[in-house]
Design a protein around this ligand. Structure first.
Ligand SMILES: [Fe+2]
Length: 317
């Protein structure tokens, strides 16, 4: 008997996939319970008025283009039908945590690893782990915009360069330098994760006379989206690469510090600069602190450096 329900941390289908080592999966739509559907409806109704007030214009256009609505949890195949012609991106269902390199390399190939479970209806507010509301209602509308999509692809290219660089460093290493090299790779991943966090996840942007939200962590939190723009307790500074790569962050509370981009071109240019800095060794020793880069993240970069070839991503069915 198949057990109903695709609730975050309580989904037997997902536990099975993880046990079988399946990262890329299908979205078993029939398993969503009435409670799961009800959670989507409540979240969507709560956040929609906040989007109209605080979200970036490109995000609002994306919501329209993808025909997102409160009625039901979206089917990824429907989303992808609308999304693909706009930017070449697709949402690809995953069973859980995606190691850092594989995540970035999916972006390079215009695939977005997408969580299909939904948070418990008992706790609607922002939660640290992603769910389908964060991934599909928070991230995917931005992927309809070509300029934003190109930022993600460029991120993927920087990750690929980082992996290749780890291999090049190894070639010139004596064995005494191994720890230094691993430390440099770890720091590079940390710098990338911080930049990603303060832009793609928690970015705000000057648009005309206003500051608008384009970061999906904010766009999927009915409480924090308003707080990020209105609260006097939030520090908002112009986006600067040297600051962002050295700035630690914590994921379990509202962000006290946000960075204001001038435009999507501005963010794109900084991703390019990130690669230049990486090649110059400027990401090898960034300021310590969060996020912690775990062994799996590190290994994913080192393995990609060794393979020096494309990580296969399953094609949409
Ligand atoms: Fe996210």
């Amino acid at each position: 008997m198949t057990v109903q329900g695709l609730t975050t941390t309580e989904a037997p289908f997902i536990e099975n996939a993880q046990r079988n080592g399946e990262l890329f999966i299908q979205q078993p739509y029939e398993l969503y319970s009435d409670e799961n559907q009800d959670t989507w409806q409540r979240l969507y109704r709560l956040i929609h008025p906040k989007w109209e007030r605080y979200a970036a214009a490109e995000f609002l256009a994306g919501v329209e283009k993808l025909r997102l609505g409160p009625d039901a949890i979206p089917r990824l195949e429907d989303i992808n039908r609308f999304l693909d012609p706009l930017s070449g991106f697709s949402a690809r269902a995953v069973s859980g945590y995606v190691p850092a390199y594989i995540f970035f390399d999916c972006l390079r190939q215009r695939a977005f690893p997408t969580t299909i479970t939904i948070r418990s209806g008992k706790r609607l507010e922002y939660l640290p782990e992603p769910d389908i509301f964060h991934d599909v209602a928070g991230h995917v509308p931005m992927h309809t915009d070509r300029k934003f999509a190109d930022i993600l692809v460029r991120f993927g290219e920087v990750a690929r360069r980082a992996a290749a660089r780890s291999r090049e460093m190894e070639a010139v290493d004596g064995s005494d330098d191994k720890q230094d090299r691993l430390n440099a790779v770890r720091n590079t991943i940390k710098a990338m994760a911080r930049f990603f966090w303060f832009t793609v996840e928690f970015g705000i942007m000057r648009q005309g006379r206003d500051i608008k939200v384009y970061g999906s962590g904010l766009l999927s939190s009915a409480g924090e989206i308003e707080y990020s723009i209105e609260s006097a307790d939030v520090q908002r500074y112009p986006l600067q690469l040297e600051w962002v790569i050295n700035q630690y962050f914590e994921i379990d509370h509202y962000q006290p510090l946000l960075f204001v981009a001038d435009s999507y071109e501005h963010v794109f240019d900084l991703v390019e600069q990130l690669e230049t800095w990486m090649d110059a060794g400027r990401l090898d020793n960034v300021a310590p602190g969060e996020p912690h880069i775990n062994e799996e993240d590190l290994k994913s970069f080192l393995a990609a450096g060794i393979e020096a070839k494309q990580q296969p991503v399953p094609q949409p069915t």
